[in-house]
Design a protein around this ligand. Sequence first.
Ligand code: ADP
Ligand code: MG
Length: 440
Amino acid sequence: MNIGESILKMLQDEIPEIEYTRYIKQLEFCERDSRSNYALFYAPNPLIMNWIKNRYANKIAYLFELKNGVRPTVSIALKSQKKDPLKTAPAISNSENIKQSMLNPSYTFENFVAGSSNQFAYAAAKNVSEKPGSVYNPLFIYGGVGLGKTHLMQAVGNVLQIQGKIVIYTSVEQFLNDFTSNLRNNTMDRFQDKYRKCDVLLIDDIQFLSKKIQTQEEFFHTFETLRNEKKQIIMTADKHPKQIAGLEERLRSRFEWGLVADIQPPELETKIAIIKKKCEINRVQLDNDVINYIATIIDSNAREIEGILSKLHAYAQLMHQVITIEFTKNVLKEQLQEKRDNVTIDLIMKMVSKKLNVKPSEIRSKSRSRNIVYSRRVAIYLARELTPMSMPQLAQYFGMKDHTAVSHTMKKINELLKNDEDFKVKIEELTNQIMAPESA
Ligand code: ADP
Ligand code: MG
């Protein structure tokens, strides 16, 4: 049994028998053309093809990820269009190929959660998808790892591709590889055909152009040609064009000609919504408790989410257990431990003082003013929860009489957590920021 077949077999246990026989069983895995990041299946007719695309492509990708650790783009093609191996075209040429394989079909606007941290970039991308080549050209999206830049860029690509436009999604590395190999083979016309005749060019992680003089030169010409013909260009990077070192001035200025939009780390609320969305897409059922808990554990990088969901899902199936919060805690203990090792009392003091607007020295003073007492209690609670400090150690640090004072504080806070929803959210937010200080 090849990998594709065993993935389909896994699906058999999870879906109604009739669905399996009618649709899934009809699929044929194409081992020859599949790669770790690309899985190709053939369907006998368009009905089955579309049914699988809509209902199961995500699930299949997810099962591959469970098994291989890599989530592939799943492509369902018609069996009648199966290519004869002897006639398979070498390298690029036909845009059908490029079209099929490059975009992740689940990176859509519907699957993207918009929140205040990404609202601007989301709106810009949406606009571009409605009026490509005219509103913001180029669109430049920048921000940290795992914040959804590639997703958003491909969402535009998916919209336009469905309308029949030729969309190329590429990395700087691939652009460079294409360039050098075509140069070597004396086939620069092919290269230019590919990159200058498309309708939409998506280039991911453009910061890697830094210091690559010859690629910059070639990219400059591609850029000019496309933009003059009002073809849409979208780029992403980890920083603003101004901050990318080793970039020719003429490129830098052009990158800012259209619109530069940033994506910030998501707040707790958006993170929760993203987890819910991922659960929905992957058909994993989790209680709100568990979702909230995961949201406080992960830092700003949404890439972690899918990993956590597959881990939970796999363990739960293996051990025939429901996913309770206790179960989640156990599964994620290691993940958590690594982070906790980085949490110090100093960090907690810094975050609490920032959030509640009280100086660290005041928190540690003997002041009885209401706001300061409140901040002190919060800091003690978080230190007890997030660091290995014992109650006597905490009493000493906060200048309290003895550990009973600390224990009294813990009791007070636990009562508040039980009865005051706003307070609970505040504590969750703080925990979150302390566990992932870079997103604060
Ligand atoms: P980046 O390119 O910024 O490093 P990606 O676009 O690769 O990040 O996103 C990483 C993962 O997180 C993807 O699975 C993506 O779908 C998901 N993700 C990130 N932000 C969001 C969001 N706002 N809504 C839904 N999914 C998101
Ligand atoms: Mg990316």
